[in-house]
Design a protein around this ligand. Structure first.
Ligand code: NAG
Ligand code: NAG
Ligand code: NAG
Ligand code: NAG
Length: 723
């Protein structure tokens, strides 16, 4: 007896040890399996650098209360390795802290390591130095690229392991992603793409994380990697093997905003409908892209023309407040789905027609466990259907959820939650502005970077600044006819983008900028040249590097030419191959005028001498933080384009001078959604308000610096509260 007891004890001990060690994440044809349990998981994307560490606990709490199980984030390589081998994991890039806080809030994590992330993030997450590694070609079967990708992926996985963050170590990470939406690229480039996919999957699996890997939009994801769906709807998606679960890694809650476009929103009735349809069709994992979009602080937003706000019409808005009725309606949806979980994980659904465009999806074990989804796919007509012993009203384009196959606890189109339009109100804070006008650069004898050629912009700046000066001289003889007849010559400048300011002899001669679909631009204008030497100063401005497209790393920025002068006695003079000199960045940047300490290196003017409507002007003011804890934003509508800093931190590029075009009509939630279907803000600046995180402020003496490229009136800037 005693002996047997000991044996039992030993076995229990052994099991405890073995079971604890094998506590793990796997998957089967139905779901991800966590510690032996199938789970229907609701996930939401929150990208750590798009908010501040001080915001994270509240965001996670709202996510948890909103019914999420999982937080999904990309890993942002260029934020973590700004120069080769020099790593950064502090502040907004403190990935470990972010993951630990998610776990503390009771949430799992889906870590999308990439390291290609797209994400409307500068260069798709790649460090700019990577482009200049000899022989490199991104995202294909290329040794230098694969070596760099493997090194960074290994670095992240080792870091997670060292902190015990994978689920089998007691951490919250239940799944990781390698690559990102690579399927379409592979389809384009063929064999080397296929080889790269196989290599990436093998490399990732070899890192032995103990949790599954996924590849999204990758129909041929090699085993055991799970292929997953991204899109506005995924109900008809099937994984590439019948032993893999059906997962939706990007369900777009809205869409991103780019400067020059209207703002997209997605009605919550349609978003909830898409999720319910996915779940009723055997879906097991849904991720909202984004659940909190946040802000593209600094210069992190990608070309082309991605705005500073990354609000995404997400359930939690840019400022960290719930976006109603979206947040509450989805919370109620998640509650209803959770009530169905025992049925959903146990059996496959039986689908029956209830009439034209009407269906029932029933998950029944034959015993007491039963859940039903009643769907009306019609975009126009409501319907009353008979199901079991009951009658149910289904609005157009909606799904009702019956967790016990009887009680309709939720319909996707019946929004009970109050809609509460968030707004910005005055704080009555005032700014006492000072200004400093920066003179345009011009060529001189002692320029250090010169060439008889036009150089690609990023080749010269390495993206250390948005700005590059292209400087040259033009000699005009006194015999030129235009001197007498006043018919000034036309300067033509072809640029690969994104914005160009042309100065002639220190005077602004014009500004041109590209549009989302075509960043290329042409300046063509008569210019006031005088007899003798004229100074041509072209200020080329990048607005982030591209993040998506086949071999986007090879796309150019800047003045590539030709640059010509038309209307001289000789006809057209080609300036493209004459001597050009280059200056990286603005003078104010090299003097660090955006910092608290750097500001003292120039003489600022104020009062009646304050510069207004002048290009290349720096503005500075100090202010006290408004009382309370409400999130804050700046109204920049009186300004044109540039960048804003608060206490040395960049809150991003401002560009209210770019007016949103597009049509903003009424929008019916019913019917297939696209990112041009529902839009607001047409005819207004695409982005007027710019988020200032509370945690960047001191109670008093905060320093606000604005670089204005175009010319604006700072007296119109005001500090607002988001309520
Ligand atoms: C700002 O001033 C207005 C008018 O004086 C006042 O009604 C309002 O309450 C003030 N707002 C704040 C946030 O102090
Ligand atoms: C890049 O810069 C180098 C000099 O640093 C120059 O030789 C080369 O021609 C440039 N390439 C392009 C495409 O501008
Ligand atoms: C051209 O520039 C000269 C010198 O800066 C100035 O005197 C003249 O008025 C200008 N002409 C025009 C048409 O702007
Ligand atoms: C192919 C495509 O449109 N992919 C996009 C999916 O949505 C994410 C998030 O907005 C983008 O990063 C992708 O570019």
């Amino acid at each position: 007896m005693r002996k047997e007891f000991n044996l039992l004890g030993l076995m229990l001990l052994l099991c405890f040890w073995v079971c604890a060690v094998t506590a793990s994440v796997t998957y089967d044809h139905k779901t991800i399996v966590i510690d032996g349990q199938r789970r229907i998981l609701i996930s939401g994307s929150i990208h750590y650098p798009r908010s501040t560490p001080e915001m994270w606990p509240a965001l996670f709490q709202k996510a948890k209360e909103g019914g999420l199980d999982v937080i999904q984030t990309y890993v942002f390589w260029n934020g973590h390795e700004p120069s080769p081998g020099k790593y950064y994991f502090e502040d907004r890039f403190d990935l470990v802290k972010f993951i630990k806080l998610a776990q503390q809030a009771g949430l799992y994590v889906h870590l999308r390591i990439g390291p290609y992330v797209c994400a409307e993030w500068n260069f798709g997450g790649f460090p700019v130095w990577l482009k200049y590694v000899p022989g490199i070609s991104f995202r294909t079967d290329n040794e230098p690229f694969k070596a760099a990708m493997q090194k960074f992926t290994t670095k992240i996985v080792s870091m997670m392991k060292a902190e015990n963050l994978f689920q089998n170590q007691g951490g919250p990470i239940i799944m990781s992603q390698i690559e990102n939406e690579y399927g379409p690229v592979e389809w384009n480039i063929g064999a080397p793409g296929k080889a790269y996919t196989n290599w990436a999957a093998q490399m990732a699996v070899g890192l032995d994380t103990g949790v599954p890997w996924d590849m999204c939009k990758q129909e041929d994801a090699p085993d055991p990697v799970i292929d997953t769906c991204n899109g506005y709807y995924c109900e008809n998606f099937t994984p590439n093997k019948n032993y893999k679960p059906k997962m939706w890694t990007e369900n777009w809650s809205g869409w991103y905003t780019d400067f020059g476009n209207a703002i997209c929103y997605r009605p919550v009735e349609d978003l909830a409908y898409s999720v319910a349809r996915f779940i009723q069709n055997r879906g097991s994992f849904v991720n909202y892209y984004m659940y909190h979009g946040g802000t593209n602080f600094g210069r992190t937003s990608s070309g082309l023309f991605i705005a500073t706000s990354y609000d995404y019409d997400a359930p939690i808005d840019e400022y960290g407040l719930t976006n109603e009725p979206k947040w509450s309606h989805l919370r109620d949806l998640h509650k209803a789905i959770k009530q169905c979980e025992p049925a959903l994980v146990s059996v496959d659904p039986t689908i029956t027609s209830l009439g034209n465009k009407l269906e029932a999806h029933v998950y029944s074990t034959g015993t007491s466990v039963c859940a039903a989804f009643l769907a009306n796919y019609d975009t126009k007509s409501a319907a009353t259907v008979t199901f079991g012993n009951g009658k149910y009203d289904l609005p157009p384009w909606s799904v009702s959820i019956l967790p016990d196959c009887k009680t309709d606890v939720f319909n996707t189109a019946k929004v009970g939650a109050q809609s509460s339009q968030k707004t910005m109100i005055s704080t009555n804070s005032t700014f006492d502005w000072q200004s400093y006008i920066e003179e345009p650069a011009f060529s001189s004898e002692d320029d250090s970077i010169t060439a008889e050629a036009l150089w690609e912009q990023i080749n010269v700046t390495r993206d250390s600044s948005d700005y590059l000066w292209y400087l040259t001289d033009v000699n005009i003889s006194p015999n030129e006819d235009f001197i007498k007849n006043g018919q000034y010559p036309i300067l033509n400048v072809m640029s690969a983008g994104h914005v160009l300011h042309v100065f002639v002899n220190g005077q602004l001669s014009g500004t041109v900028y590209g549009v989302l679909d075509n960043p290329k631009l042409t300046f063509s204008n008569s210019v006031n040249l005088t007899v003798g030497n004229n100074k041509i100063s072209l200020l080329s401005v990048a607005v982030g590097l591209p993040n998506v497209g086949l071999h986007f790393e090879t796309w150019n920025v800047g003045v590539l030419g030709p640059v010509t002068l038309k209307g001289l006695n000789e006809g057209t003079r080609d300036l493209s191959w004459q001597k050009w000199s280059y200056k990286v960045g603005l003078k104010g940047e090299s003097l660090s005028l955006h910092t608290i300490t750097g500001g003292s290196s120039v003489d600022w003017t104020q009062g009646s001498l304050l510069a207004k409507k002048q290009p290349l002007t720096w503005y500075k003011a100090t202010f006290n933080a408004p009382a309370g804890n409400d999130p804050l934003g700046l109204d920049m509508s009186s300004m044109g384009k540039g960048e804003i800093w608060v206490n040395d931190q960049s809150i991003g590029r401002h560009w209210p001078g770019y007016i949103a075009h597009g049509s903003c009509g009424d929008c019916d939630y019913a019917g297939t959604f696209t990112n041009t279907k529902c839009r607001t803000n047409c005819g207004n600046p695409t982005q007027t308000w710019y988020h200032i995180p509370r945690s960047w402020l001191n109670p008093t003496g905060n320093v606000l610096v604005v670089l204005e490229e175009w010319g604006g009136d700072p007296s119109g800037i005001s500090l607002l509260k988001r309520i």
